[in-house]
Design a protein around this ligand. Sequence first.
Ligand code: SF4
Length: 601
Amino acid sequence: MDDYYAASDGNSGHTRTEAQPSWKELMSVDLEAPLRVISLHDLLYCERLFYFTEVEGIQNPTALVYAGRRLHDDVVPLDDEAPEHRSLEVASETWGLVGKVDAVRRRDGRWVAYEHKRGRCHRGPAKEVLAWPSDRIQAVAYAVLLEEALGETVTQARVRYHADNVTAFIEIDDAAKDDLRRAIERARELRQTVARPPVAENENLCVRCSLAPVCLPEEERLAAHEHLGDEEAEPDANRPHPGPLPEGEGARHVPTLFPSNRERQTLHVVSPKARVGRSGETLVVTSENEAREKVTQRVPIEEIDALVIHGFGQVTTQAIHLCASRGVAVQWMTMGGKFAAGTTGQPGRVQQRIRQYAGLTDGATRLRLARRLVHAKVETQLRYLLRASRGDGPVRGACLPHLERIRESLRKVNTAGSEESLLGMAAKAYFAALPSLLSPQVPAEMRPAGRSKHPPRDRFNALLSFGYAMLQTAVHRSAVAVGLEPALSFYHRPRTAAPPLVLDVMELFRTILWEIPLIGSVNRLQWSVDRDFAISPGQVWLSDEGRKTAIKLFEERLEESHKHPHTGQALTYARMIELELRLLEKEWSGCPGLFARMRVR
Ligand code: SF4
């Protein structure tokens, strides 16, 4: 680890000198850019939400957001009685705002700005209809922009709440304009900061927030209340308190805002004769079956999160464009199961990456994360061996000397100087113990002779390597989706073939996502020693059939649920990968303590 960071810090020539501009100066054009009116809505809803959308550029359109957009397109009825404009784009240099008004209608001889909302209105003390503060500021902003665009005084804006079928009336007076000025000032102030605002004190806001799966407010509250970040670091006195735990003092609240299931599936293309094309919003996969007949499969783009090409299948440019525009990763793997390349549709999230870089150039942070990762990995290996050998005297006996070495590694994690050698020592003992877990019925051809990688020299090792490569693609696309830079890591060195951050996070999942289901499948005699493998002198690879079986096994494992031991939430393993990456991102964005707490049961 030291080689890498010494080179990055000392020799890269990136140290800023007096003559060079600061990042704020470099970004001054963006900081002066007009604000979107919708961002003021976010600001009044929750400052952290404003920060995510406006400063970090994070969007996470949920079904609710899409429904809101459809409302604007479809539900707003035509008004035959008075002149009106729809979706009117407005901007003002004076106010520094841009936006699009839902509708502008002539009422009693004056123009009125209309905003449409799916939800319910706010109620005053006498149950009178009011607009929510965030909706009100949005409507006020549209009104002043309209005033400038039309050259006419606009004295009223209205917000229509469709769930209640009521309209809130907002007077555009001096007080309203002062509120707008204050909101703009606060938004500009926040746009220049680099620290995320704290999570909202009112947790009810989070329930309807489209960015809750990114923000993870419940996990932040949990970490702060349990002082998880304090294990190795001093508490930050300047960090605002995260607000109350939702279920009352001392209660253990299980987070629920992070989606527990994968909404989309991964499309694996295994046949070398396959071709992936596009027809509208659908991917069309053509290939040949065993009788050499042409077969076609049509997959709507909204049903998949990634397209993985194993070997030499073809993908058209049109299909790649469709995937890129819908945030679907395209990844290529070699026939041997090695990750070859992948696309990403995002330019990267600048603020997140600045924090990632700052966090990872800090030796104490890297050491803290490395120790926690090594602890998680070794403890998972130990727990698995103990569980798998429980109640079986001969198997436990065979594992015993290896278990003792793994326990020794675990005891030294927080004291020894080299986590790397501890991990190596534990891994050696773990792989020496693994063959003991194979049942007596497993044929000799399926048993490993040590660990061999480049190339795998037996069937078991070929399966291990192929599964790790699939895990790598899954972690890689999640890291990119979360907005992290895969090349910046805290544990693995950049000279390795794969992105170091991906290798770091994979350590948490190798046993859980691949070794456990693989040993289970070998013990169930699920593999054919002839059909599923291609043998050449000194190396063993998977055949097409073997690859299909391995992909099925891996994808089924991703769909299984596991209860996170710390947050208590049950998640599919596919979601667990994403959650761990988001928790890792929080390690250097102000909420440390939750990454790498998961363990096998
Ligand atoms: S989840 Fe809650 S704290 Fe996070 S941005 Fe949304 S409203 Fe704010």
